[in-house]
Design a protein around this ligand. Structure first.
Ligand code: NAP
Length: 312
């Protein structure tokens, strides 16, 4: 059996469970491609998701490999794959109920891969397939944002937020973002016309008539958002489903979804990057061997964007 280095957790828990160790190189099954990972991006909350620890039918699948977005090179093919060839430089979102990309190799359904943006390095490309796809699906597939509409992005400096702000602006929205005061200038630079920090006061006192809220923070931020929305507005929450009774009481369409692989949308996002219209935002970079420290860094203030593991 061929072996590789990987970041794994043998027991469900937080970053303290992550160990850098040898693991078997996955063997691509029919329809899958084996990808040599160059860079993989992490989502701090992923270790808290049930799906990160179980198979699709709910069975424990420890030891697990985290990190569900990556950029790399195809090195092997399972039976029946014709959509990619060895040597292709690809990027992709890896289903949450299977091993992720914090490893030298990952097996991925070939049909879920797209050509990576070529104008940026792997480290930057790896920040897109989960985070930017979540933002795109929230804005386009769920909120059906139209040009000219007023958009409020909660957590505009976060992994998803930096893409929600940029893509909402690309789609013609008038964007306001919330976050910490230290990120004000950066988030405005991504295309937010206004930035409301918690330090400066309550966002409810500064904005009204919002058409679309993309909520990457959750909790009280969700409930407080209803008062700034126009009747008929659309609220998309990313952390947990919104309370339906509250949404109904305010005449708001409230939605929650989990990002799904979509190679067509990934190809579109790669095009936006290569056209200079979407900027990958790398927060911090750690070598794979320091993956545990990368996950631990989520507990502290950090620069805007996504945290990345470099593999080769
Ligand atoms: N449904 C899906 O498919 C999907 C996909 C990806 C992520 N998610 C979820 O989306 C959420 C965000 O993920 P992420 O990767 O973007 O996380 P992240 O990188 O940790 O970003 C969260 C951002 O929210 C900001 N924030 C925290 N409290 C805030 C507040 N009260 N007001 C304004 N901003 C605040 C943080 O800023 P500070 O650090 O300055 O506090 C940070 O910039 C998580 O709940 C994650 O599970 C869901």
């Amino acid at each position: 059996m061929d072996m590789m280095m990987a970041l794994r957790a043998h027991t469900r828990g937080g970053p303290e469970q992550l160990v850098y160790e040898q693991a078997p190189v996955p063997v691509p099954r029919p329809g899958e491609a084996l990808v040599a990972v160059h860079a993989a991006s992490i989502t701090f909350a992923e270790l808290t998701w049930d799906q990160s620890w179980t198979t699709r039918d709910g069975q424990d699948r420890t030891p697990v490999i985290p990190s569900h977005e990556m950029s790399g090179t195809v090195t092997g093919l399972g039976a029946g794959v014709t959509s990619v060839t060895p040597g292709a430089e690809v990027y992709g979102l890896i289903g949450f109920d299977r091993d992720g990309a914090a490893a030298e190799y990952v097996a991925v359904p070939a049909a879920e891969l797209a050509s990576r943006p070529r104008s940026v390095p792997h480290v930057a490309a790896a920040t897109l397939p989960l985070a930017a796809l979540t933002a795109w699906q929230a804005l386009v597939d769920y909120a059906a944002l139209e040009a000219g509409e007023r958009v409020l992005v909660h957590g505009g400096a976060g992994g998803v937020g930096v893409y929600a702000v940029q893509l909402a602006a690309v789609l013609g929205g008038q964007v306001t973002a919330t976050g910490s005061a230290r990120d004000d200038d950066f988030v405005r630079g991504l295309g937010a016309a206004d930035f409301l920090s918690a330090e400066a006061g309550r966002f409810e006192d500064a904005i009204s008539g919002v058409d679309v809220v993309i909520d990457a923070v959750g909790g009280a931020m969700t409930e407080r958002s209803y008062t700034v929305m126009r009747p008929g507005g659309r609220l998309v929450t990313l952390g947990a489903p919104p309370a339906e009774d509250q949404a109904r009481a305010h005449g708001v369409h409230a939605m929650f979804f989990v990002v799904a692989p979509d190679p067509g949308e990934l190809a579109h996002l790669a095009g936006l990057v290569d056209q200079g219209r979407l900027r990958p935002v790398v927060s911090q970079v750690f070598p794979l061997s320091e993956g545990r420290r990368a996950f631990e860094s989520g507990r502290h203030p950090r620069p805007p964007g996504k945290t990345v593991l470099t593999v080769r």
